[in-house]
Design a protein around this ligand. Structure first.
Ligand code: DLL
Length: 432
């Protein structure tokens, strides 16, 4: 089944014509309604009329997460605030988060692209979908919800957590599709095993997973544990949330919804656009978003594009799964974390040395983050009781900054390795 054959199976000529028309419109809208873009374009001597072919997109300046943050909270909106009916924010960024605003029309687009994606997994209105993504400022919960309801699935909006209950509900309600982050999926499977519930006995026909990096081995493991195919969901808050690209049953790359989101790959150093099939940083332009047009957004995600014929019949361009980032962002339990946030939290506390290490592991499939910090000699000579209090205080400060609980270990002064070049602060020992 294809949700929207007209949109998903266009010829290349039809697609390019539509993309150009939409690009011209969105660039004009951004220029006329968003002071940030007007200034950026003026500074670069670009006028909307300069966009005559799709290739001309390369003339447009790139937009970064920092740019979005600078106009926090509503400076990117191209419509009066009252037309925005929903807000989401990116998780854990340094300083202010980035805000995403949606008009009613944008929510329809979001529902449409997620309906297409869930249909790729084989979902129909006969299915019951258990959505373990968090409902809130994170886009995961609502994005999946809107798509599922557009098709007419029965949604179990259970959100994250209550793992034992999740399994009970999955079984009792006879869920046929489950959505999770890959690490939460494996944790769910493990808790199910502990509860002596055989996940293979569940009546699943597909699982959808995304929001963080994974390897093919991890997919195999999820498929084995749940005895059903697992499909990739990609997206990001700044562009729309989940729904930018999803996998069809071929499981050979994600179809980018390129009539709504135009992808390019650039060399992150030279910023030059790279040809298809070459690996680089994904840059996305929203072609239809009304409330908040985003032009040439640098995702920092590493992938490549390929225009192969797909046996599913869709002509939406394909992208490889994300294999890395160009920055040091980590995703821990689905939440984006930058080492600089940890540093910021540590710097607020007296008696700590600016030497720390972040160690991320995945015992029993659940991400655990440990922060090792050097205490000053005075601190370290304090009583154990006080050290416990200090440890708790640091943990609270970090929690405040990133929204996640971490384990802090105070280590003796001068015990963490010093580096002569760029400090290696992060040890990500998870097996993706
Ligand atoms: O993670 C949106 C989402 C929710 C996608 C639910 C899929 C499912 P953010 O929190 O803004 O939005 O984080 C976006 O997460 O730039 C990638 O680095 C990473 N990411 C998202 N999906 C995938 C994926 C949501 N399928 C950032 N594979 C992105 C690898 C992913 N990384």
């Amino acid at each position: 089944m294809i949700w929207n054959e007209e949109a998903e199976c266009m010829t290349r000529e039809e697609k390019e014509k539509l993309q150009l028309k939409r690009l011209q419109e969105i660039v004009k809208r951004a220029y006329e309604n968003v002071p940030f873009y007007r200034k950026r374009f003026d500074d670069n001597n670009i006028k909307p009329e300069d966009i005559k072919t799709m290739k001309d997109i390369e003339k447009l300046p790139l937009t970064t997460k920092d740019d979005l943050r600078e106009v926090y909270p509503f400076g990117m909106f191209a419509v009066p605030r009252k037309e925005i009916v929903e807000l989401h924010t990116s998780s854990g960024t340094t300083g202010k988060p980035t805000v995403s605003g949606y008009t009613k029309k944008d929510i329809e687009i979001w529902s449409e692209v997620m309906a297409r994606g869930l249909t790729m997994f084989g979902a129909t209105e006969d299915d019951i979908i258990q959505n373990t993504h968090g409902y809130g400022l994170f886009t995961g919960g609502f994005g999946v919800h809107y798509g599922a309801q557009k098709i007419g699935l029965t949604v179990i909006p259970i959100s994250t957590g209550q793992t034992k209950r999740q399994i009970e509900i999955m079984k009792d309600f006879n869920a046929s599709i489950v959505i999770f982050t890959p690490s939460y999926g494996l944790y769910l499977a493990e808790v199910a095993e502990e509860e002596e519930l055989d996940t293979k006995e569940l009546n699943l026909k597909a699982v959808g997973f995304g929001a963080e990096m994974w390897t093919e081995e991890m997919r195999q493991e999820i498929q084995r544990r749940f005895n059903t195919p697992a499909y990739n969901i990609y997206g990001l808050t700044e562009i729309i949330g989940p729904g930018v690209a999803l996998e069809c049953q071929e499981q050979d790359g994600l179809h980018v919804m390129d009539d709504h989101f135009y992808p390019e790959i650039i060399d992150p150093k030279t910023l030059q656009t790279l040809p298809e099939e070459e690996k680089g940083e994904l840059v996305l332009t929203t072609l239809t978003r009304h409330g908040m047009p985003v032009i040439r957004f640098r995702t920092k995600d590493i992938t490549s594009l390929k225009r192969s014929e797909c046996s599913c019949g869709r002509t939406l361009i394909k992208m490889d799964r994300i294999t890395g980032r160009t920055d040091d962002m980590l995703k821990v339990r689905g939440v984006a974390v930058f080492p600089s946030q940890i540093e910021k939290a540590l710097l607020k506390i007296d008696g700590l040395e600016p030497h720390y290490q972040i160690i991320v592991t995945r015992p029993k499939h659940l991400d655990v983050m440990e922060v090792q910090v050097e205490a000053s000699p005075e601190l370290f000579s304090d009583e154990v009781k006080e050290l416990v209090g200090i440890k708790k205080n640091i943990e609270d400060h970090i929690h405040n900054e990133i929204g996640l609980r971490v384990n802090v270990t105070l280590v003796e002064p001068k015990t963490l390795p010093r580096s002569e070049g760029k400090a290696v602060r992060v040890f990500d020992k998870r097996e993706f």
